[in-house]
Design a protein around this ligand. Structure first.
Ligand code: B3K
Ligand code: ZN
Length: 852
């Protein structure tokens, strides 16, 4: 099957033709939409190749070369033009049906509005084109549609003309984008919206018009997005000296969207989830997510749009760098430690899992069947960690010099990850030869630590060994920035530095100790590696109290909790009784009582490690023992600290501030595991809540404690929010992740709820995606019903929206850690999928790799 053939990075060759300008005329007319594309095309050099344009699911109406009919042929996915001309004008007319487009790629309809999604390869569903990121063209776009239904007609760049079409009730606009861009950044939106406007004055004094378009009736929920945009624009000027370049910046929020948002030049299209917020309907976490995604898309204007990718294997060039930039933005705006903790959790819980599973790939993949499958935590988040390591090695000043050099060299170009590292190297004078291996090697490196202390000489010695392999292939030694702090017995910091760990095995020595120091290793996750290190309860308790880094304190708490759980798993397997060491309890009590730690950090520490994350720490898991042991340790900590938790809960109850809310709600969740007594607290909090964070936390606590009030609270919530889809997503999710033996039947009946729709990715993700990814015990039921249910949904989505299906299959292909019985059941489910007659290439790629 040719559509399932992989493309390889090593086969890259420059395009045979360039397209300097394209004039698009899009006549929006429901199922009879027409696109007239007029391109100015030039042969790149003296060659005889045909012009091969990409195109999918298009009805070709006419082709003219320099105004005349010409020779061409069509395949399923190409239009081949045969000509000797060196430079010519090509007019192609295609017909498309956006109303029937359920894949949400190319031109489609979202709740009565037209919109587009072209990254990675969606433009080829709009017209035949050289749909690859290294073909940069200037776009002029005319859009025509019914005026009453679609009063706003938007595209990239600046509005240059608009007018009415006499008697037809239609109107048109023309947009021109002065910056040459790849086709994946093209966007078009047509619809009727509420509009929030503002402005931003750039550092050089130019005025930029800011517009946020939202569904009618949602204007009051657009404020946080536009504030976030202004903050992003200012931050990029201050920290990176990067200024916005057009006179207008538009954000359109749509309900039907496959991912979070899209950075189209001057016209971002957003999932409503990352735009709409008010206190009643959005949680503190939602507010944070909006700020971060608005920032991310804005930062792409330089890292992605002005300098783009040569080919899709280079995706991390723009995504890793832009995630790094959005993480820095969030850290400069809020708590650096908490933001870092969130990034570390993504790495350890999701990226490590991806990297030890069948989809393991380097941050610059070498072979791809379906590009949409590579918008991964590896390319994005590990990619950002690789950028962060360069930042650590070069320092802020060296890194900024590298960024400056990168833009001086490559503004307006489509380049590679190597070009980026070269700029960093030139500007800083630091050799990054060995460091480059991070781009080509998959797998999580394992660093084994051995410490010794010589009381005679007072010398502390640490030996580090690294190995990396992926799917049986051994990798080369990496340059690992390894951050270490050494604390003495009184908790004083004696050493705090980043070691250049560049050899397979390397020793570092430190003098001047009177006793064995306690080491805080890989502080702030200075490199995306796994540590193998013997650390005992006393050392962890010392780190929790004294480590200079707040992240290291959190990390020590995670280890303390995890060790306790694993200890009890072993006890269960040996048929011994379970117990929690008093040092563990006292360490958590100390955190609850602390008046020194930031409340948001305390909340992080009290949000005890999930089962999924514990599974990531081991090679094989006994899931049934894990569940019992984890619940036991949580209950022990919570009941031992009950008084302190109640006191803190009461003290923080009336504070209207996100960190305090987080602490209070983490306390409530723990109390709910102690006894039914706390049902009253939950009901009271639900009834008195003045914001969504508190309402939802009450519902979560009721679910956790399996309180009798839960059905009543859920019904109340439903009746309040049934007309607000984004809030109903929270309601769906809450029920999907409940550890309830009947949850699959409940999910099945929820798919018939009037707020649910299989056409909307947000709904699917919040009900079925959440079940598969976050309901560890029920998804991995011993009878295989969880796997069977997910499979039945994937079969359905395989046809309507393969991209969403392919994202949701992840927990089914990461089976290696489970027992043979569960592995068999998961593989059977994958075989069922493999046998589908019309398996999409998105699912094909993952299923094949998993079953190999
Ligand atoms: N660049 C887009 C993601 C496109 C995904 C295509 N399947 C959003 C972002 O990373 O900013
Ligand atoms: Zn991005």
């Amino acid at each position: 099957m040719s559509q399932n053939q992989a493309k390889h990075l090593k086969d890259y060759s420059a395009p045979h033709f360039s397209i300097s300008d394209i004039d698009l005329n899009v006549i929006l007319d429901g199922e009879n939409t027409q696109v007239i594309a007029n391109s100015h095309i030039k042969r790149s050099h003296d060659h005889q190749f045909d012009l091969v344009l990409d195109g999918e699911q298009l009805t070709l109406k006419s082709v003219k070369l320099n105004g005349l009919p010409c020779e061409y042929r069509q395949t399923d996915s190409t239009l081949v033009i045969t000509t000797d001309e060196k430079e010519f004008q090509l007019e192609i007319i295609t017909g498309l049906n956006p109303e029937a487009n359920t894949s949400l790629e190319g031109l489609y309809m979202s709740d009565g509005a037209y919109c587009t999604q072209c990254e990675a390869e969606g433009f080829r569903r709009i017209t035949y084109f050289l749909d690859r990121p290294d073909v940069l063209a200037k776009y002029t776009v005319r859009i025509e549609a019914d005026k009453a239904q679609f009063p706003y007609l938007l595209s990239n760049g600046n509005l240059i003309e608009q007018g009415e079409m006499p008697r037809s009730g239609r109107h048109f606009v023309r947009w021109q984008d002065p910056f040459p861009k790849p086709s994946y950044l093209f966007a078009l939106v047509a619809g009727d919206f509420d509009l929030l406007e503002d402005k931003f004055i750039t550092q050089s004094g130019r005025e930029v018009k800011l517009q946020v378009f939202v569904d009618k009736g949602n204007l009051h929920k657009a404020g946080h997005a536009i504030e976030s945009l202004k903050k992003s624009m200012k931050w990029d000027e201050e920290r990176f000296n990067l200024e916005y370049d057009l006179d207008i910046y538009m954000i359109v929020a749509v309900d039907f969207f496959n991912m979070g948002a899209m950075e189209n030049k001057g016209l971002n299209v957003f999932n409503t989830k990352y735009v709409l917020a008010d206190k009643a309907s959005a949680t503190d976490e939602d507010y944070h997510g909006i700020e971060s995604v608005v920032g991310h898309e804005y930062f792409h204007n330089w890292t992605g749009n002005r300098v783009t990718c040569r080919d899709w294997f280079q995706l991390s060039l723009k995504e890793g760098l832009t995630v790094f930039r959005d993480q820095e933005f969030s850290s400069d705006m809020g708590s650096r430690a908490v933001n870092r903790i969130h990034a570390i959790k993504v790495m350890k819980n999701q990226q490590f899992a991806e990297d030890s599973g069948p989809m393991s790939h380097p941050i610059r993949p070498e072979s791809v069947i379906e590009m949409n499958n590579f918008y991964t935590v590896t390319v994005y988040d590990k990619g950002a960690e690789v950028i962060r390591m360069m930042h650590t090695i070069l320092g802020e000043q060296g890194f900024q010099a590298g960024m400056k050099c990168y833009f001086e060299r490559h503004d307006g170009q489509a380049v590679t990850c190597d070009d980026f590292v070269n700029a960093m190297e030139t500007a800083s004078g630091i050799d990054l030869q060995q460091f480059r291996r991070w781009y080509s090697q998959a797998g999580t490196p394992i660093v084994t630590v051995n410490e010794t202390f010589d009381p005679q000489s007072g010398q502390y010695k640490i030996e580090l060994k690294q190995t990396v392999s992926s799917q049986g292939v051994k990798g080369q030694t990496l340059h690992i920035p390894f951050s270490i702090e050494l604390l003495d017995a009184t908790g004083k910091s004696k050493v705090n530095q980043v070691l250049d760990f560049t050899k397979a095995s390397q020793c570092f020595t430190f003098d001047g100790f009177t006793s064995m120091p306690v080491a805080s290793l890989l502080q702030d996750f200075s490199a995306p590696v796994k540590l193998v290190y013997d650390v005992n309860f006393d050392q962890l308790v010392h780190l929790m109290r004294f480590a200079s880094s707040e992240v290291a304190r959190w990390e020590a708490s995670v280890q303390l909790f995890s060790q306790s759980v694993w200890h009890n798993v072993a006890q269960l397997q040996d048929k011994q009784s379970m117990m929690v060491d008093s040092r563990v309890i006292e360490a958590f009590r100390g955190v609850i009582l602390s008046d020194e730690l930031d409340h948001a950090l305390i909340a992080e520490i009290l949000t005890l490690t999930t089962a999924a994350s514990l599974i990531e720490q081991v090679d094989h898991v006994d899931l049934d023992a894990l569940q019992i042991a984890r619940e036991f340790v949580i209950e022990q900590i919570a009941s031992a600290c009950e008084d302190e938790l109640i006191a803190r809960y009461r003290e923080l109850s009336d504070k209207d501030c996100a960190p305090q809310r987080a602490f209070k709600n983490a306390a409530l969740l723990l109390l709910a595991t102690v006894s039914d007594e706390y049902e009253q607290y939950v009901i009271k909090q639900y009834q008195n809540a003045s914001n969504m964070t508190d309402s939802l936390a009450a519902l979560k606590a009721a679910t956790q404690g399996q309180f009798a009030c839960l059905p009543m609270l859920l019904a109340d919530f439903e009746s309040k929010w049934k007309d607000t889809p984004l809030v109903m997503d929270k309601w769906f999710m809450l029920q999907a992740v409940a550890n309830d033996a009947d949850v699959i039947n409940k999910i099945k009946s929820l798919t018939h709820h009037s707020s649910f729709s299989f056409a909307n990715p947000n709904r699917i993700r919040s009900l079925i995606g959440a079940f598969a990814a976050a309901n560890t015990y029920q998804f991995h039921r011993n009878d295989g019903l969880g796997y069977q249910y997910l499979t039945s949904i994937l079969i359905k989505l395989n046809k309507s929206n393969p991209q969403v299906a392919s994202r949701m299959i992840t927990p089914l292909i990461q089976f290696a850690k489970f027992d043979p019985h569960r592995q068999d059941l998961m593989k059977q489910a994958l075989v069922t999928l493999r046998e589908l007659p019309d398996l999409s290439k998105d699912l094909y790629e993952k299923v094949e790799k998993a079953l190999k």
